[in-house]
Design a protein around this ligand. Structure first.
Ligand code: HEM
Ligand SMILES: Nc1c([N+](=O)[O-])cnc2ccccc12
Length: 287
């Protein structure tokens, strides 16, 4: 059914939550060989939203159902518990925030504190009961080709340009054998948002190899890696055109990513007029 957002707090209350997350991100910088918690918090926000199914308006970020066992233990979510644990102290400090608002706000904080685009955000997600937890298997398969990726994102109403922009988040963080059966990049994993991923796709020399977990992935001689689903973006002529644009024009990428990420974390939710969009200030902007 339809999810109507409800919110009693003011924008400055959510800026306090943003600042607490951003401060903790700065303090706890050693996580994952000094990549920090930014990428895993961003992936958590995407995974709690990426279960959305437009046919019956099920899944999506509204109900905060990631907190329940079935969703937390979805094999697609392996490793995200690190992000969940990071947020437990924030949840204690601000017990009034819903889980859906917390997970999506943390993703927005991660993007902005990693020098990414501003992500407009609205509050009002309301915790739902465990029975509404979506089944496992709604998140995308890393082995998918371009046809698979295009069809997958149709389920959430995303077009080619939005899909290519969203995958640009793979400029951040890395794959880990213990989570997904893929590994790398080595040494090149970043925690600064950029369009580098698109330049890697186009400029690196890729070798399709079987990795130590028995999965096929693309490795470059400079130590970068791509999933088969990443490489789909240069194997499909329509996607490739957009990859080339974003590789040349970081602003175009940032602009498209900002809009698509807000759409991703708000899929399936009706926001009444009284709930205004907030664009949070970064810590740097408040010092
Ligand atoms: C075709 C769609 C996608 C597939 C198949 C996919 C697959 C994956 C896989 C297998 C990993 C490695 C997880 C691990 O081993 O720890 C990963 C990491 C990541 N993904 Fe995606 N992803 C997709 C789309 C997205 C989107 C839309 C976003 C955000 C907008 C995103 C953000 C991230 C981030 C930030 C990481 C790094 C996490 C870390 O360093 O801990 N991905 N993705
Ligand atoms: N850093 C990454 C790259 N990269 O090129 O640096 C490519 N693909 C990725 C897929 C999932 C997570 C991180 C990725």
């Amino acid at each position: 059914g339809l999810h109507i957002a409800e919110c009693q707090k003011k924008p400055e209350d959510y800026q306090k939550v943003y600042n607490a997350i951003a401060t903790k991100l700065r303090d706890e910088d050693e996580y994952d060989n000094y990549i920090g918690y930014g990428p895993v918090l961003l992936r958590l926000a995407w995974h709690v939203s990426g279960t959305f199914e437009k046919k019956d308006n099920s899944g999506g970020s509204f109900g905060g159902t990631y907190r329940f066992k079935k969703e937390m233990e979805d094999p697609s979510n392996k490793g995200l518990q690190n992000g969940f644990k990071f947020l437990s102290s924030i949840q204690e400090q601000f017990p009034w925030i819903s889980h859906g608002d917390l997970y999506t706000l943390a993703g927005v904080t991660a993007i902005q504190e990693m020098q990414g685009p501003k992500i407009p955000w609205r509050a009002g997600r309301v915790d739902q009961t465990e029975d509404l937890t979506p089944d496992n298997g709604r998140l995308p398969d890393a082995k998918g080709d371009a046809t698979y990726v295009r069809n997958f994102y149709k389920r959430m109403n995303f077009e080619d340009r939005e899909v290519v922009a969203l995958l640009g988040a793979h400029s951040l963080g890395k794959t880990h054998y213990e989570n997904s059966g893929f590994e790398g990049p080595w040494g090149a994993a970043t925690n600064v948002f950029s369009n580098e991923y698109f330049n890697n796709l186009i400029n690196e020399k890729w070798e399709f190899v079987k990795n130590e977990a028995g999965n096929m992935q693309y490795n470059s001689d400079k130590g970068f890696m791509m999933l088969p689903a990443d490489m789909a973006l240069v194997q499909d002529p329509k996607y490739l055109k957009i990859v080339k644009e974003f590789a040349k024009d970081q602003d175009a990428f940032f602009n498209e990513f900002g809009k698509a990420f807000t759409k991703l974390i708000e899929n399936g939710i009706e926001f009444p007029k009284n709930i205004k969009t907030t664009v949070f200030k970064t810590l740097d902007e408040q010092e």
